[in-house]
Design a protein. Structure first.
Length: 122
């Protein structure tokens, strides 16, 4: 298995989890009463991961400003395809690099033409 193939596979796994969180967020915004923090799923590249991340809508939106950034449980980083750009006790934000960038940009439903923000900050 080549490094390029592995980077693309990890990115595809993460974008699948991001799609689930997008649908979750959309549905939860319709609810009458929402708690301060909601349980989003970890967007790491491990397709067996079942971890959740407590996060407010606002925190999630900051992560989603950039199509190359993903929300993960602390320690779920895949260093061969991403690096941590922000962290706290509840979650980390990772940013894709290398071959994974094209997959992350192309799969972002919020963007018609790839990466949405060159200046996004988590």
């Amino acid at each position: 298995m080549s490094l390029e193939w592995r980077q693309q596979r990890i990115a595809k796994n993460e974008t699948s989890f991001r799609d689930i969180n997008e649908r979750l967020e959309s549905g939860l915004r319709q609810a009458r009463h929402n708690p301060e923090r909601l349980e989003f799923i970890c967007e790491c590249g491990d397709r067996e991961c079942e971890s959740s991340v407590p996060l407010s809508f606002e925190e999630y939106e900051v992560v989603r400003e950039d199509s190359r950034r993903f929300l993960i449980v602390p320690g779920h980083v895949f260093p061969e395809t991403e690096h941590v750009v922000a962290s706290n006790e509840r979650y980390e934000v990772v940013e894709k690099f290398g071959e994974a960038v094209d997959v992350a940009d192309a799969s972002d439903r919020r963007s018609a033409d790839g990466r949405r923000s060159d200046s996004a900050t988590p």
